[in-house]
Design a protein. Structure first.
Length: 193
């Protein structure tokens, strides 16, 4: 495939994913058809199915992108645990704000994930969620060991990070430019002794 063909493919996939994320966030996954997605993207359903083999593949791609946003830089965070945790919170909140529809779909459809996706896709999402949670727990545990954080359940810190991302996408355009930093300060300061 030529570079032009690759560019066109990437552009079409982006159009489909943006249309699907918008419709899934507004109507829900179950109330949206592949035809609806195609129409929103300005394509027929056959073309939509050419790029994504069914609605579950579209949902999986949206989940993958949402997790990519949350994971951005997670494996390479450096510095002291308080700085690393602040960075994780900033990245998660920023991703939620900038990819609002994808984040909405991520949280709205999460409880039905195992019914909506084929087992291999659902397992991939669960594995990535587990890696995110494990890495945040590891950062918090390091902070506790170094005396930077109170000895609390690290799982609570994970839930705080997730809650911040959920809050950020739900505040439809009202999240200010400093929200990511303020959320990071809130979480980190809440763990300090």
């Amino acid at each position: 495939m030529t570079t032009t063909g690759l560019d066109r493919t990437a552009r079409r996939e982006r159009e489909i994913l943006d249309a699907a994320a918008k419709l899934f966030s507004e109507r829900g996954y179950s109330s949206t058809t592949i035809r609806d997605i195609g129409a929103e993207a300005g394509l027929n359903h056959a073309t939509t199915n050419y790029y994504f083999r069914g609605k579950a593949a579209v949902l999986f791609a949206i989940y993958s992108e949402a997790l990519d946003g949350f994971f951005s830089g997670l494996d390479t965070v450096t510095g002291k645990p308080d700085e690393a945790l602040a960075q994780v919170v900033r990245v998660a909140v920023t991703a939620a704000v900038h990819r609002r529809d994808e984040t909405a779909v991520y949280f709205q459809e999460l409880r039905w994930l195992d019914q909506l996706l084929p087992p291999d896709m659902a397992a991939t999402v669960h594995e990535r969620q587990h890696r995110f949670r494990a890495r945040v727990c590891e950062i918090v545990e390091e902070g506790i060991a170094q005396g930077l954080f109170r000895p609390l359940d690290p799982g609570i810190a994970v839930e705080a990070v997730v809650a911040m991302a959920r809050w950020a996408y739900q505040n439809d355009g009202t999240v200010g430019p400093h929200a990511a930093d303020e959320c990071a300060q809130f979480v980190v300061n809440g763990l300090r002794p």
